[in-house]
Ligand binder design. Structure first.
Ligand code: GAL
Length: 337
């Protein structure tokens, strides 16, 4: 091969690397660029969340791959990817499958299943997945629950509920240090968020719940705990279109939630950098290091929606999320919090 050809291939690889972001060897995050899995295919884990178990991170999310079905919003399965370093992800396949044979089933491919999140229940030694289950038109507004003995599934679907009789759409779940788990979800026609305590097995909602961010039309909740305080990042309700985020703080989960401000700063802050919150990922073994995970939706081709992962910075008790083109976990080393 001539020197010219080798140079051309090199230039091509460089350019391609730029466009697709993550390469096999890279130890960086490239927010908004295509992120490929170990098979070289774009990761399909939209509206997702990450669970850490036995020194491995598991990323669960909506598979929106149009190769398996041409229906853009219909349920194609919940995917799982695993990683030890957060940069490189192994495709563990679909861990919750559509039920094609029963059109009345919540998981029928024509239905909607969004924002799955998984927690490990110590008591029952099982993994519990909660998700938003809906029908086209978003009037069904329920939460579905599934269980598995393994983090990589298969998850067995149990049923869906309206927590304490209330609607539920965008949602997340959160496990506190005392092993109590909570669901946070858009309710009351998406006008008000509800926060409810799950039962000890995480399989049901207890009667203890609280209305927060009342009449503020917040959704896409992402929650984390830092230095004894609880932080809840949310989006406004504008469908697939991005809007400004808003976060609230509380001293306890069932305490008073106080709205603060848009945590995003700088250029792109007014649209959450073109994305919508989905999860906040605590980095294991690093003090006060959290990644803000958001979805940059592409409504024309949802499978090509991208991931915006950005480091959360603290300014006193205030959160700052700023755009970074390329970054690594070493970013957190510069801070002394
Ligand atoms: C968004 C929501 C997404 C999806 C979308 C459908 O507001 O956060 O998860 O439901 O609406 O339009």
């Amino acid at each position: 091969m001539s020197f010219k050809n080798i140079s051309l291939i090199y230039i091509f690889l460089l350019l391609f690397g730029q466009v697709s972001g993550q390469t096999k060897s890279s130890k960086s995050f490239y927010p908004g660029k295509t992120w490929n899995d170990n098979m070289g295919k774009p990761i399909q884990a939209h509206g997702g969340g990450v669970m850490y178990y036995n020194r491995v991170y598991y990323w669960y999310g909506e598979n929106k791959d149009t190769v398996t079905s041409n229906q853009n919003t219909g349920f194609k399965g919940i995917s799982c990817y695993s990683s030890k370093d957060l940069y490189h992800w192994k495709n563990e396949g679909i861990v919750l499958n559509p039920v094609k044979s029963d059109s009345k089933h919540d998981l029928y491919p024509g239905n909607i299943v969004e924002r799955p999140k998984v927690l490990y229940n110590e008591k029952n030694k099982q993994f519990v997945m909660w998700m938003h289950v809906d029908q086209q038109g978003y009037k069904y507004a329920r939460q579905g629950v599934a269980i598995s003995k393994n983090p990589t599934g298969p998850f067995e679907y149990i049923n869906s509920v309206r927590p304490n009789g209330f609607e539920s759409r965008d949602m997340t779940i959160f496990k506190d240090d005392d092993e109590k788990a909570y669901a946070i979800y858009s309710s009351e026609n998406n006008k008000t968020l509800h926060l409810s305590l799950l039962t000890d097995d995480y399989l049901e909602h207890s009667a203890t719940y609280k209305r927060i961010m009342i009449d503020m039309s917040r959704e896409a909740p992402a929650i984390f705990k830092s230095r004894g305080k609880y932080f809840l990042i949310t989006s406004y309700c504008t469908g697939w279109s991005p809007n400004p985020a808003l976060y609230a703080i509380a001293d306890s989960m069932m305490g008073n939630w106080k709205e603060i401000e848009n945590p995003c700063k700088g250029e792109g802050a007014e649209t959450t950098f073109g994305a919508q919150s989905t999860f906040v990922l605590p980095i294991e073994g690093r003090n006060e290091s959290f990644i803000f995970m958001a979805d940059k939706w592409n409504p024309k081709n949802l499978s090509d929606s991208r991931y915006i992962w950005l480091p959360i910075q603290f300014n006193g008790n205030k959160l700052h999320i700023k755009w970074v083109e390329e970054w690594s976990l070493d970013f957190f080393k510069r801070f002394n919090w």
